[in-house]
Design a protein. Sequence first.
Length: 427
Amino acid sequence: MVVVGDEVSTEVARRIALSAQGFGEPHRRGDVRWAIRQAAVLQLDSVNVLCRSHYLPVYARVGNYPRASLDDLSWGAERELFEYFWGHKAALIPLGNYPLMRWRMRAAERQVWDEELSPDVTAPWSVVAGMRRLTAERPGYVDQVLRLVTERGPLTAGEASPDGVRRKRSDPDPDPTTGRMWNWQDAKIAIEYLFCTGQVTIAGRRHFERIYDLTERVLPADVLGAPEPTAAEARRELVRIAARGLGIGTLRELCGGTGQAHFPLPAATGREVIGELVDAGELVPVRVEGVKQQAYRWHEAEDRPVDACALLSPFDPLIWNRDRTQRLFDFFYRISIYTPAPQRVHGYYVLPFLLGDRLVARVDLKSDRPASTLVVPTLTAEPGVPDFVEKLAGELRQLAAWLDLGNIQVTASSGAGKALRRLIGRG
């Protein structure tokens, strides 16, 4: 039986979502660990036109902090984060959650060998299809790669090839969705399989390229030796983490089997887990104004005024679900880095500007590192928003300083862009 619960206005739902993610708390300035806890997960992405995306959610919540401190927490000797897949996304996750991923590692192994995909789809399809091909074409190859990592690790994927053989794009490929679509060599497919199944992990990054080593040589013994929850317990805890991070959301947003979910689960499994958390009083059924689907509020979620000022990475957990972003903020947002240049409307690397509790503008940003300049090629105001340019100018000055860029160049030709250029020019 579905209990609809009290109706929550869009404004209240938006404040709950922002509060859950830690926005608008100036007393937390510089508190990197707190920001990570609020975000719950930092998505990794290779695009570096402004800076690596995983640095930005922390900056958006706590302002200026040394990026090297996040590097240390992620890949240093005293690391507190580890790399794995959060849903389908490569991400940095708190070490305490490592045991929650073990069932996914085993599911990934089954997925490769099952003719029918496991309902717990975890490994990228390029790994699944590539491993099936490798098993037929090069039996024993994965064991060779693992042996090389064991003997010589840590290694990059390119260094992990036992024989140095490289496949060419012109080689016959019965399945165009395998890793070769992304120019993945066989060693890359094999080592990514070992990563998905937990046999190796990411020891560090070199120019953002992954460096792999045996998991037991990278992660602390107490983490590896921690009691392993059952798959049901792990799923329940992961949905709890998602609910705390979202504050309020539908089943699809919490754990639906899509790339838009905070943590994807098969539909039947997701409904079961949500039902258990509702019965336990941890999720409270509510109805969000204008949303047809049943929603759930984390029982500790706060509705409080939020006075935030932040530029948001396209991969920030607050906005990575684009449909939810549109419902909560009336803000239609799609990333443009894969859009052909003539078809881009708002620019290339566009960051939404959060002011108060609303998204008021889209700011295209680029770091011109040789010229030590933060460039603003495009600026688009949302319809009907109050003047935000002075606040944005202040935020851009702080961002440029954080990125060690000495100048700001505004080339945006919109009305807001011209106003910003006048403000920036006055210093």
